[in-house]
Design a protein around this ligand. Structure first.
Ligand SMILES: [Mn+2]
Length: 443
């Protein structure tokens, strides 16, 4: 097929060779060594299939605005899927990033039966396999869409009807198998409609039991086919349901612990979902890292002035640097990476807008990575935290954790020594200034 992105003749230039038309990276340089690894291997950037090639630019008030000729232009859904796949791989290759991600129904059209859907997916997976070999582009993760079709209005794994559970299980079985065939490094389960609108019709405990059973079956299946990638759950607090069961990383942590699934799953944290949950991205990353749950990232941000999931391209070094700092100081990604689950704004209808969005977002991540390295080398945050907790290495701090210590023995000693501790400054403003010093001086 002829090129679709005709205004971009070849590979986007890396930093230092910017052609000056905005279609070149200003910071991203795959081979630059940052914190001991190539920048490309630290960031592990992935482009998503769905918002970039499947979504027509529609919103709840209006139809699609984007130039996506494979959507609805032909009566043959397989021919359309081929055209979409050609454009997607052309984009991946021209952008020059190493990974992509997909849902089953993004890549292949759903058939009229489960068997037809599976067969369609198999054909597109064969084709994707050839394109991966040809281009060197790899699969960061696959997933199944068990939320768009009306059958999933009341959820998939948590649907009151076990037939919906079985339908979704079949989709996940097929998508996980496809991910395995394509050498995917992770498999993601976003809760989609796993949540509830009203307790008037919902048994929350039963629905949670069903979700856990689903996740247990998926983990067993993963082992049975020898898939060694990571299984990831994606926290999101609201939307589409009012109460999503996978609210945030801490909620998922408690859920996995309760159902003895902690060894099987980690989290895929989205910047926008972190902020919708009332957290910073920094908080969600630090929580996941601190509890052995960290898996992968969706880099898309929200808009600070509204409360929904706008999935915009990242553009704030301030927002991303501290999360990046936590990731890099913990050793960086293993199987995860930064996926661009990002949507263009509806008026961004030029074909090159998809490049501008990704280029700016990737440069923002690249600059944040440089800041993270500089923060680690500078040491101001680590030194401050170490000093703040230093007394826990002293006599009293150690004694509190001794097995013979009781509440009485602590209280007796505190009383007899007339304990009168004095508070010290948390120095937040000083530390914020120190972070800015590093951000402003990083090149
Ligand atoms: Mn989102």
């Amino acid at each position: 097929m002829a090129d679709f992105f005709t205004d971009v003749p070849g590979r986007i230039a890396v930093a230092g060779t910017d052609p000056g038309d905005g279609l070149g990276f200003r910071v991203y340089d795959p081979d630059r060594i940052v914190a001991g690894r190539r920048m490309e291997d630290q960031l592990r950037i992935a482009v998503c299939y769905w918002h970039s090639f499947n979504w027509p630019g529609s919103d709840i008030f209006g139809d699609g605005t984007f130039d996506r000729p494979w959507l609805g232009a032909t009566d043959d859904p397989m021919a359309a899927a081929f055209a979409k796949q050609d454009a997607a791989f052309e984009f991946f290759q021209k952008l020059g990033t190493p990974f992509y991600c997909f849902h089953d129904v993004d890549m292949a059209p759903a058939g009229s039966t489960l068997e037809e859907s599976r067969a369609n997916l198999d054909v597109l997976v064969d084709r994707a396999q050839e394109k991966q070999e040809l281009t060197g582009v790899r699969l960061l993760w696959g997933t199944a869409n068990a939320f768009s079709h009306p059958r999933f209005a009341a959820g998939a794994a948590t649907n009151p009807n076990p037939e919906m559970f079985a339908y979704a299980a079949t989709q996940v079985r097929n998508a996980l198998r496809a991910t395995h065939r394509l050498g995917g490094e992770n498999y993601v389960l976003w809760g989609g409609r796993e949540g509830y609108e009203t307790l008037l019709n919902t048994d929350m405990r039963q629905e949670n039991d069903h979700l856990a059973r689903f996740l247990e079956l998926v983990a067993d299946y993963k082992r049975s086919i020898g898939f060694t990638g990571m299984l990831l759950l994606e926290p999101k607090p609201q939307e589409p349901t009012k109460h999503q069961y996978d609210y945030d990383s801490a909620t998922i942590h408690g859920f996995l612990d309760r159902y003895d699934l902690l060894d099987e799953y980690r989290v895929n944290i989205e910047v926008n979902h972190a902020t919708l949950a009332g957290h910073s991205f920094h908080h969600e990353v630090a929580y996941a890292l601190g509890n052995g749950l960290f898996g992968s990232i969706d880099a898309n941000r929200g808009d600070p002035q509204n409360g929904w999931d706008t999935d915009q391209f990242p553009n704030s070094v301030e927002e991303l640097s501290l999360g990046m700092y936590e990731i890099i100081r913990s050793g960086g990604f293993t199987t995860g990476g930064f996926n661009f689950d990002t949507k263009l704004r509806r008026q961004s209808m030029d074909r090159t807008d998809l490049f501008h969005g990704h280029i700016g977002g990737i440069d923002t991540l690249a600059q944040s990575l440089l800041v993270a390295e500089a923060l680690i080398d500078d040491g101001v945050l680590d030194a401050g935290r170490t000093a703040r907790y230093a007394d826990w290495n002293g006599t009293l701090g150690r004694k509190i954790f001794e097995e013979t210590t009781t509440l009485d023995s602590i209280a007796d000693e505190a009383t007899s020594t007339n304990l009168d501790p004095h508070p010290v400054s948390g120095r937040q403003e000083y530390l914020e200034n120190e972070v800015n010093r590093v951000i402003w001086s990083t090149t």
